[in-house]
Ligand binder design. Structure first.
Ligand SMILES: [Zn+2]
Ligand SMILES: [Zn+2]
Length: 241
């Protein structure tokens, strides 16, 4: 992946980016394939079946039709619609990881392509506003950027809506979700977010990079509904388990 990043960087300097795959940096035989070579397009194909339409959890059989998982049948999540790209594994996981932790912003073009595919496929109604899952300002300074805000910008371009980057704010610090179990994750982020404006009657689309237990998106959706949002949908790229 380091080699691919370097090749992409060189390609950008040499103004030949349009002829290279944005994931593996292979030279594209057909310019129309851009931004992915056929092999990478197959690796990064969106999930079309075998998942829960309420939370995106993916089942073993990807050819099955979509049906609600037991958890969602027992208790419906606070959002109405879900759009996502696929399971957080393989090439998609590598891509998100590289974008998030290696600051490889050259991947932006590719992520936007994946976001467009995911958005088009799920056919959610057009929202009134696109809002990213926020990070505390100190965390944004640490990392250099909030990946959810960047994805919200990309999705905003796809839909044709400027994102409300400060629509929600994080009002207290929380422990890293990755170190916690399912129930602890929900307790950790409950009440940690607040809408920074009145969302009365608005249809909000929340954006995050990865959904794991859904604790963060649940807390954010509840914050939108508390600010009188009419409807909340969620969008994420990868669904982890
Ligand atoms: Zn490729
Ligand atoms: Zn579900």
């Amino acid at each position: 992946m380091v080699g691919a990043g370097l090749a992409r960087g060189l390609a950008a300097v040499l103004h030949v980016a349009g002829r290279r795959c944005q994931f593996c940096a292979a030279v594209l035989e057909h310019a129309g394939d851009f931004p992915l070579c056929p092999a990478c397009r197959a690796l990064l194909a969106p999930r079309v079946g075998g998942y829960c339409p309420d939370c995106g959890i993916c089942y073993a059989d990807s050819s099955a039709s979509a049906y609600s998982c037991l958890a969602c049948r027992l208790g419906k999540p606070p959002w109405s619609g879900v759009a996502f790209h696929g399971p957080y594994s393989g090439a998609l996981r590598d891509l998100i990881h590289q974008y998030k932790f290696s600051h490889d912003h050259g991947l932006g073009l590719l992520l936007r392509d994946l976001i467009r595919q995911a958005w088009d496929r799920h056919r959610l109604p057009r929202p009134d506003c696109v809002v990213p899952v926020p990070m505390l300002p100190a965390r944004v300074l640490d990392r250099g950027f909030n990946q959810s805000a960047e994805l919200a910008r990309m999705l905003g371009k796809v839909i044709g809506i400027a994102p409300l980057l400060r629509g929600l704010c994080k009002i207290r610090d929380t422990r890293a979700q990755s170190s916690l179990g399912r129930a602890e994750r929900h307790r950790n982020v409950a009440g940690a977010f607040e809408a920074s404006m009145d969302l009365s009657g608005r249809h909000v689309l929340l954006v995050d990079d990865v959904m794991t237990t859904g604790a963060t998106l649940t807390a954010c959706a509840k914050a939108c509904l508390a600010a009188k949002a009419r409807r909340v949908d969620i969008f994420f790229l990868g669904r982890a388990v």
